[in-house]
Design a protein around this ligand. Structure first.
Ligand SMILES: Cc1cc2nc3c(=O)[nH]c(=O)nc-3n(C[C@H](O)[C@H](O)[C@H](O)COP(=O)(O)O)c2cc1C
Ligand code: SF4
Ligand code: SF4
Length: 443
């Protein structure tokens, strides 16, 4: 069985699965249950000058029957007294000496940073995470994402923290920025030992159309919140990978954003994360999801012949290229499996209206299923009656792909409701590799 243990910039953890700083890490009793369930580490709910939270504070987007595909919150940092938090951190650390306990912090002045770092270390923190990411409430007070958006200030506060901290310091970055590299570099230059990202994305989750109140409603109003959950995973992976492939980023990364199962975690790790952090999925399904994450990742590593999770870190990064370096001669086409096709025509409509008009029905061009005549000006549609429209495997509803016209965009495969019914097949060629950048260089 593969070794899942990690040592991220000196923070040791029995596995790479950490809880992100959020409601699941609000207090000692919760964190102890999380460790019992199998989580390797936690980042304690951000500590700072006590605040008051509003009610209500969460909102979500459902897609079909899937609940909370995107999640939004207007919660701030801890609303419990600092003394209570530190007492509980001490108790947890005593009982779980081999788990990673990182304390998230957010204060304003250098003196406040010095004090809260000392108190966190006295309580037994294995590491600190500087919250430069919270995009609501705290940023208006000059903290959170307002620091993450200003590399110079981020660097200065990171330097303060490193001046006073004895344990490793992670800098948690905000995604509310056009380019993640400058704040990442500022953290490195400030002396950070590691990066964590992403925090939440500024968002309005919805409007109640009965009374035109924004959600989540606080009386008759709301505020922008922070977006997270499965919907943000692609944005988070892009930012993690962008940092991981930059040679100037010399410190390890803790990946966060939409991670809900071992596959999500493995993808983040392959894109350069040494540890991964989870919030929304645990708020949705509870601590026990980590059992499947541990088992799934462990099996995957065994199947890949990897003895340790560390061998997976960054393995997908060489495949991340600039668009200008991609092979313009590579070609794939869609192929429909007539046996499994249920004749729903979704691929046909998608290709007709949203792609390259090269899927045809056996009844002829577009009017057969779409009910609209073509206008006689699209050569692909005009050509279609000449292609073969005989029933495939005796099924008259199986559409036909004109492979010579297919641009291999994947849209039909994406919309097809039958798993593996449409496969995208590589077309062999002997033209060699030619990228846009090579073409421009040739002149
Ligand atoms: C209700 C809620 C409260 C949060 N509070 C904090 C916080 O106090 N400190 C912090 O650094 N991040 C906080 N976050 C952000 C999470 O730690 C995490 O970065 C983000 O939710 C993305 O991960 P996910 O998609 O797994 O939820 C909070 C998120 C939620 C949903
Ligand atoms: S891959 Fe794109 S162009 Fe080709 S058949 Fe499917 S939708 Fe049409
Ligand atoms: S979308 Fe899939 S199942 Fe539906 S007609 Fe096309 S290939 Fe068949």
């Amino acid at each position: 069985m593969a070794d899942l243990s990690i040592n991220m910039c000196g923070i040791k953890s029995p596995n790479p699965f950490w809880l992100a700083s959020a409601p699941p890490t609000n207090g000692g009793e919760q964190v102890m249950r999380a460790f019992d369930a199998g989580w390797g580490g936690v980042v304690w709910k951000t500590l700072g000058t006590p605040i008051t939270n509003v009610s209500s504070r969460f909102g979500a987007i459902d897609v079909g029957t899937t609940k909370a595909v995107g999640f939004n919150n207007i919660e701030l940092i801890t609303d419990r007294p600092l003394e209570t938090n530190f007492k509980e951190i001490e108790a947890v650390k005593k009982r779980y000496p081999n788990h990673a306990l990182i304390v998230s912090l957010m204060v304003e002045s250098e003196q406040e940073w010095k004090d809260i770092i000392a108190r966190s270390e006295d309580a037994g923190a294995d590491g600190l995470e500087l919250n430069f990411g919270c995009p609501h409430g705290m940023c208006e007070r000059g903290m959170g994402s307002s620091v993450g958006q200003e590399p110079k200030i981020l660097q200065r506060i990171t330097h303060w923290a490193k001046t006073y901290a004895k344990v490793p310091v992670l800098v948690k970055l905000t995604p509310n920025i056009t380019d993640i590299i400058p704040p990442g570099l500022a953290a490195v230059e400030g002396g950070a030992d590691g990066l964590s990202l992403i925090n939440t994305i500024k968002s309005i989750i919805g409007v109640d159309l009965d009374n035109l109140h924004l959600k989540p409603t606080v009386g008759d109003a709301s505020s922008h919140g922070g977006y997270c959950g499965p919907a943000v995973k692609p944005i988070a992976m892009h930012m993690v990978a962008a940092l991981a492939r930059d040679k100037r980023i010399t410190i390890p990364i803790s990946g966060i954003g939409g991670i809900a199962n071992w596959r999500d975690a493995a993808e983040f790790i392959a894109l350069g994360s040494q540890s991964v952090q989870v919030c929304t999925a645990v708020m949705h399904y509870g601590y026990r999801i980590v059992e499947d994450m541990i088992e799934g990742l462990s099996n995957y590593l065994d199947e890949q012949g990897m003895a340790s999770v560390n061998q997976l870190v960054g393995k997908a990064i060489p495949g991340f290229r600039e668009w200008g370096d991609l092979d313009l001669n590579y070609q794939r086409v869609a192929r429909i499996n007539a046996d499994s096709c249920i004749g729903c025509q979704l691929c046909y409509v998608a290709c007709l209206d949203g792609a390259h008009q090269c899927i045809h029905t056996q009844k002829g061009p577009c009017q057969a299923w779409h009910g609209e005549p073509d206008h006689g000006v699209n050569p692909r549609l005009q050509a279609s009656p000449k292609v073969q429209h005989e029933p495939k495997n005796g099924k008259s509803q199986v559409p036909y792909v004109d492979e010579a016209e297919c641009i291999g965009c994947n849209l039909c495969q994406i919309v097809c409701p039958v798993p593996e019914c449409i496969s995208m097949v590589e077309v062999p060629h002997n033209k060699g590799h030619e990228s846009w950048n090579q073409r421009v260089a040739k002149g």
